[in-house]
Design a protein. Structure first.
Length: 313
């Protein structure tokens, strides 16, 4: 018997494809909706033959109607290269996508979860960042299309809940990595691994002293699913991320060692609005969801390196 009918927007992307797979494996019927802007068929190719999996080519900026029990709204390019490629489209995807999916949730009485981001904290003045921190975001910078789009989407989630009683959830996702990341989207983990496997110079911005926390994708899925499972008394936002901090330079050295690469580290100027520090305060997730990340950086890197080795061989 099918447990739930679940719509995943952005389901052919990095995180979305893992979520499709996991929710199918748990006995649900999964509808994967994607416009294939950054998502790829190969991410979900292994799911196509499953009769409980359906692929829908659609753009979330247009309304879509389907009878479902739950919606995970992930559609949005997530890496700066991709979201800056067409900044206006990025804002539209976040805001119109949220309006269309919230409208659908209202109509069919589905629970809906928004994949928000730590970028809503901007260049934070508070460290680590709790959910109560309002952020320090530049509204007119190069990253604003993404940051402000996601902030407005959170507002919409809150307002649809208060005004229309839609059952909403917001998770604020911190840096996540794993197999099926886009090989050249400029995200730090995939960048370093691809450069190391090809023995190319590894580019570090600034002096590499800026810190980041890296979460393995399986930990994120667990956090999202646990959030979705909560009742109406909890809607978030809740931080889902790994609080273990690493300097970017440390990550570069670790990747070089693990891939036994001959790459050298080269330094380039810091991009504008690049936050110096990012670390989640996960007390709320621990308390409310009984969730904390389990996968150590080396274990996650090992699986990610294996994926990229296969991809670029
Ligand atoms: N990976 C991370 O570290 C991270 C961190 C914070 C938040 N997030 C959020 O999680 C979600 C998934 O991120 P990801 O890393 O898997 O990125 P991704 O780029 O791999 O996936 C996004 C997916 O959305 C699809 N998409 C984009 N615009 C669309 C549109 N208009 N209509 C339909 N589909 C569209 C893309 O084709 C892609 O499949 C995003 O919303 C992102 O903002 C991710």
């Amino acid at each position: 018997m099918i447990k739930k009918r679940i719509l995943i927007t952005g389901g052919a992307g990095f995180v979305g494809s893992h979520l499709c797979e996991r929710l199918l494996n748990e006995g649900n019927e999964v509808y994967c909706l994607d416009n294939f802007f950054t998502g790829q068929k190969r991410n979900i190719l292994h799911l196509i033959s499953n009769p409980y999996f359906e692929l829908i080519r659609h753009d979330v900026t247009n309304p879509y109607l389907i009878e479902v029990d739950e919606i995970y709204n992930l559609a949005c390019p997530a890496s700066p290269i991709h979201y800056q490629y067409n900044a206006i489209k990025t804002v539209k995807t976040s805001i119109m996508g949220a309006i269309n999916m919230l409208g659908l949730a209202k109509r069919v009485n589905a629970k809906i979860l928004q994949a928000s981001t730590s970028e809503v904290y901007g260049n934070p003045m508070v460290h680590p960042q709790p959910e109560s921190y309002w952020g320090n975001v530049n509204p007119i910078g190069e990253r604003s299309c993404y940051d402000e789009g996601k902030r407005a989407a959170e507002t919409l989630f809150r307002d649809y809940q208060h005004q229309n009683n839609v059952h909403t959830k917001i998770v604020r996702i911190f840096n996540t990595y794993g197999p099926r990341m886009h090989p050249n989207d400029g995200r730090v983990v995939s960048n370093f691994i691809v450069q190391a496997l090809q023995n190319q110079d590894i580019t570090v911005y600034g002096k590499g002293e800026q810190t980041r926390s890296f979460q393995y994708v399986d930990d994120l899925l667990e956090g999202m699913i646990k959030t979705m499972a909560t009742d109406r008394s909890f809607s978030g936002p809740v931080n889902i991320g790994n609080p273990d901090e690493f300097k970017i330079i440390e990550l570069a050295e670790k990747v070089i060692a693990m891939t036994k690469s001959k790459s050298k580290i080269v330094f380039k100027p810091l991009p504008s609005d690049d936050p110096m520090m990012r670390k989640p305060d996960i007390s709320l997730a621990k308390k409310t969801l009984d969730w904390k990340p389990k996968v150590e950086l080396e274990e996650g890197l090992d699986k990610t390196i294996a994926f990229f080795k296969e991809l670029i061989k």
